[in-house]
Ligand binder design. Structure first.
Ligand SMILES: [Zn+2]
Length: 579
């Protein structure tokens, strides 16, 4: 027979995959929000199709299918595992009655019964997976559900709408949406009744109910074979009060008790919550009355019951041990929630929320630890674990800390080095930009919020490069005309067939197959969009990197820039050199 812990561990495998799916979704949605946030409304109009129907959607759909298939396969495996254990447990009774039994592996009838029961749980899981959704409060304060397969498109629509209507509202709206998605997590929704609960809880309950049902059914079958005439409700520690006392109507003390088959049916029918249903941890095993010794002695049952009622004091309240376990489960759920929220906040660079969640997590973890210390109840660290969660030290600045090992150079270091090697004029022309850190391998400039995001490996030249982007948004009218002439001239030699298309993690773009006239291949980049090429010629509106690589090399290797692109060098030199 499997212990309560062993049973729980079996379901955790499936729950872990649900969490994996949740994190995958959060990160994909976060990436999409960030991507849309870097676009101007004009860019957005032009590359609308490729943003809206990127590769992500297919990836999400196949991820959902992958997780569902793995979990369904596991349900069949777990049921077999449990069935074998059950048969081993029943062997003693067959032996006692001197009846032979067919071992599981060659027992066709038993196998098909186990399969049929596994199918019930697998079907239910499939159902749950299909109806699962993210929930967001709408403006009327009602929960609105969006199925997993649709949430990416819906969020994309919302982000595009927000970018187009106003920059200030964009960030706030996206922060709120991300918070909603991550605090509720994926929900199992009954669309007919409106009833919903977290998908992880739902899967856990489906599995536990399925395995308990399997155990009960198998034991009943074995009991019939070896001639059982009663059942024992297997004692477990700290049972719920409705199965271990008689204080109310529909409550009964059945914990660890033996019954004749008829008695048991009567008692079970009179219970508000039947044995093994709805989070009840009781199992039943068939027995031969008068012969089968109870699995637990009277003394043991009495001692456990007294320990449960004695309970403990916590934060000024008395709890039975059972109530203590319920409180533990509540705190565990909250901890997972805040970890999810923090991961979502990180994905969209919402650092206030990152701190808020960390504060809350530190409090909850302390409370969880105190509760366990005071009550002596074992912790379930498995249930607190969220892959992808990383503790943030709230006593230190998250983004500007040189001791943070995520970053090769601290932000202050990068800024001060960049100041040393650039001109005053460059500094004046790029003043006022805000700098944040990004836990990624790339850096970028976001024109609306006037923010530069520096990646993990960023150095002073990465900053100068991004400042180059910023500068190109602030050209004077005269500079704009001069620059566009150089840019047009430069790209006029090339046609579409000279370019190759690149699809990378950060987006799609084109670069010259032979970029000899450029400082780097990167400088020849044309971003992919609806009108990247017009009449077979590159659209210079998409050649964002030409100026920023130019400015970067003006300070990094001026001679190279001068030799490769005299026009661009002269333009930058006129614009940036100190008088
Ligand atoms: Zn129970």
């Amino acid at each position: 027979m499997l212990s309560e812990e062993a049973l729980e561990r079996l379901s955790e495998r499936l729950v872990d995959r649900i969490e994996e799916l949740n994190l995958f979704m959060i990160n994909k949605l976060g990436e999409q929000i960030m991507r849309i946030g870097t676009l101007t409304p004009t860019q957005l109009r032009e590359i609308f199709q490729s943003v809206k129907y990127g590769n992500d959607l297919n990836e999400i759909i196949s991820k959902i299918a992958e997780i569902t298939n793995k979990n369904v396969a596991d349900i069949y495996n777990i049921f077999e595992e449990v069935a074998k254990k059950n048969q081993i447990f029943a062997k003693q009774f067959y032996d006692y009655k001197k009846i032979s039994f067919i071992p599981y592996d060659s027992n066709v009838e038993l196998k098909s019964m186990v399969n049929a029961l596994a199918k019930v749980t697998a079907d239910k899981f499939n159902n749950i997976a299909q109806t699962s959704a993210y929930a967001i409060l709408n403006s009327k304060g009602d929960l609105e559900y969006t199925k997993l397969s649709e949430v990416y498109q819906k969020l994309t629509d919302e982000a595009i709408l927000n970018v187009s209507t106003g920059r200030e509202t964009f960030e706030q709206a996206m922060k709120n949406t991300m918070k909603e998605l991550t605090s509720r997590g994926i929900q199992d929704v009954n669309y007919a009744t409106g009833y919903h609960r977290r998908l992880d809880s739902s899967v856990r309950m489906n599995m536990n109910d399925g395995i308990k049902n399997l155990t009960n059914e198998l034991q009943r079958k074995f009991g019939e074979e070896f001639g059982a005439n009663g059942v024992e409700v297997v004692h477990h520690i700290y049972p719920a009060p409705d199965h271990s006392s008689k204080e109310k109507e529909g409550w009964y003390d059945i914990d660890g008790k033996q019954f004749t088959n008829e008695e048991f049916k009567k008692v079970n029918d009179s219970l508000n919550r039947q044995v093994s249903d709805m989070n009840c941890k009781h199992l039943t095993v068939p027995i031969i009355l008068g012969i089968s010794e109870p699995l637990y002695s009277e003394d043991q049952l009495k001692a456990d019951k007294e320990a449960n009622l004695k309970g403990f004091e916590f934060e000024g309240n008395h709890y039975t041990m059972y109530e203590g376990t319920q409180l533990q489960r509540q705190i565990e759920t909250k901890i997972r929630q805040y970890k999810d929220r923090q991961i979502g906040a990180k994905a969209i660079n919402d650092k206030d929320e990152v701190y808020r969640c960390q504060e809350k997590l530190d409090q909850l973890t302390q409370k969880y630890k105190n509760l366990s210390d005071v009550s002596g109840l074992p912790t379930k660290v498995d249930r607190l674990r969220v892959d992808g969660y990383r503790k943030v030290n709230i006593n230190k600045s998250l983004y500007d800390d040189s001791s943070d090992i995520r970053y090769k150079y601290s932000t202050n270091e990068i800024i001060s080095k960049a100041k040393d090697i650039t001109t005053n004029n460059f500094y004046e022309k790029t003043k006022g930009v805000k700098i944040e850190r990004l836990n990624e391998n790339y850096s970028y400039y976001q024109p609306y919020t006037n923010k530069i995001y520096l990646g993990k490996k960023a150095n002073e030249y990465s900053l100068i490069h991004e400042l180059g982007h910023k500068l190109s948004f602030n050209f004077t009218e005269e500079e704009k005309i001069q620059y566009n002439n150089i840019l047009r001239e430069k790209f006029s030699f090339y046609k579409k067939s000279d370019f190759k298309k690149i699809e990378s993690k950060t987006g799609k773009y084109w670069v010259l197959k032979n970029s000899d006239g450029f400082i780097t291949e990167y400088q020849s980049r044309i971003y992919d969009g609806f009108r990247s090429f017009v009449n077979g010629k590159p659209n210079i509106k998409y050649a964002y990197e030409y100026i920023s690589v130019g400015i970067e090399y003006y300070f990094k290797n001026p001679r190279l820039l001068k030799n490769t692109d005299k026009e661009l060098y002269n333009f930058i030199d006129r614009m940036l050199k100190d008088e």
